[in-house]
Design a protein around this ligand. Structure first.
Ligand code: SAH
Length: 376
């Protein structure tokens, strides 16, 4: 299915017209396309691979260091394939420097954020896929400002490469390391920017030096539940992990918490997630932000368990509870510990594996749903 606009969707999907596109970047193109472009510039095709090696494998950002490229060729290639895409405006740290949030300014002034989280056994890059978001979930800081624009593949990939650079250079406590996981849980709805997101997934999984050589299993695409896109993703043959932001097991509440539910219901979204698990053999993650006295009642835990197990209990799904992170002006707060525990207990009693996510970075407004990207 080509990436045509979803005609049945509300207008929030349409970007303002007449905007300038982000400059073309090496990471926007497949290895074959890069080679073609380099040849069309009158340079030997193998220069494309050299440039890719600098960008994806050596993580070089300074053209001066590309000494295997003759100066004239280097200038031509940097100009047409390695434009400056984004500028870090501010970095904030938490957890003794192992959580780092970066505020980026894009070429047109749009602001986005990414978060690097280092754990003893892995390092996860949380990336944005859009500047702003059109999904308008009322408990999420990003949703309050609406959608500014889709990000390009290059802009998405550059966030990962920037994280990889700081890890490789030993700037994050714990010694030199690499990015093992990427989660599309920053700003934006990745499925509403499907084509660019898939391009980014391909660049991350393309073997080095054509891409970052990451395992698809380490990549999680999180969505409000754009059903046609979930189905499309199932057919891509790239077994990324799918996370569905459910937040309520009943349509009445979910219509309020995740407004796109009025388009695709709980049942339709969960069925698409189940189908994704069936096709890809990858366990799906159900995200559920725990909001005090809103969606955390025992009966809703039971209902959630019933909804999920109605699709079978072959281990296709697990639930990830997210303690609600505070956002400015929000009337909602996190659940009580005892309600959270009871919620977990009831889900597990129904045979649904359940975990509670940590709230890394919440004190620097870097946790789930807190990314607002204000240049204060
Ligand atoms: N648009 C995608 C990615 C969003 S961020 C999606 O909705 O899935 C990733 C997760 O953080 C989503 O599950 C989102 O619902 C959740 N989230 C948003 N605001 C939150 C908040 N204030 N506290 C906790 N989780 C939040």
């Amino acid at each position: 299915m080509p990436d045509e606009p979803i005609k049945t969707l509300p207008l929030v999907f349409d970007e303002p017209r007449g905007r300038k596109k982000p400059p073309r970047h090496l990471a926007d193109l497949s290895a074959a396309e890069r080679k073609e472009l380099v040849s069309s510039l009158g340079l030997p095709g193998f220069r494309a691979k050299q440039l890719s090696t600098h960008y994806f494998s050596r993580l070089v950002d300074d053209p001066e260091q590309m000494t295997d490229l003759p100066a004239a060729d280097r200038a031509t290639m940097v100009e047409s394939l390695l434009p400056h895409l984004m500028t870090p405006l501010r970095t904030m740290e938490a957890d003794k420097g192992t959580t780092r949030k970066t505020l980026w300014k894009l070429f047109d002034g749009a602001l986005v954020e990414s978060v690097l989280m280092r754990y003893p056994d892995r390092a996860t890059m949380c990336v944005s896929s859009q500047a702003g978001c059109g999904m308008a979930c009322p408990f999420c800081a990003t949703g309050q400002g609406g959608l500014q624009r889709n990000m390009s593949t290059g802009e998405i990939v550059e966030q990962v490469v920037a994280g990889a650079r700081s890890l490789a250079r030993g700037e994050v406590p714990g010694g030199p390391g690499r990015v093992s996981n990427v989660v599309f849980m920053g700003m934006g709805e990745p499925m509403a920017n499907y084509k660019a997101v898939m391009g980014a997934v391909r660049r991350m999984t393309d073997p080095a030096p054509d891409g970052l050589g990451m395992s698809a299993r380490g990549i999680t695409v999180s969505t409000v539940g754009l059903v046609p896109r979930i189905n499309q993703l199932a057919g891509e043959g790239i077994p990324v992990t799918l996370a569905l932001s459910l937040h309520a097991p009943d349509d009445e509440l979910r219509n309020e918490l995740v407004p796109i539910n009025t388009r695709w219901s709980v049942h339709e979204a969960v069925e698409a997630a189940w189908n994704y698990a069936k096709v890809t053999k990858r366990r799906v993650s159900i995200e559920y932000a725990m909001m005090r006295d809103i969606n955390d009642q025992a009966w809703r835990a039971d209902l959630l368990g019933d909804v999920l197990t109605s699709y079978g209990d072959w281990g296709w799904v697990h639930v990830n509870l997210i303690p609600l992170n505070p956002t400015p002006g929000s009337k909602w707060t996190a659940s009580r510990r005892e309600d959270e525990r009871e919620f977990v207990r009831r889900l597990e009693a129904k045979g649904v594996p359940t975990t509670v996510r940590d709230t890394r970075g919440s004190e620097i407004d870097g946790a789930c749903g807190q990314l607002a990207a204000v240049d204060a």
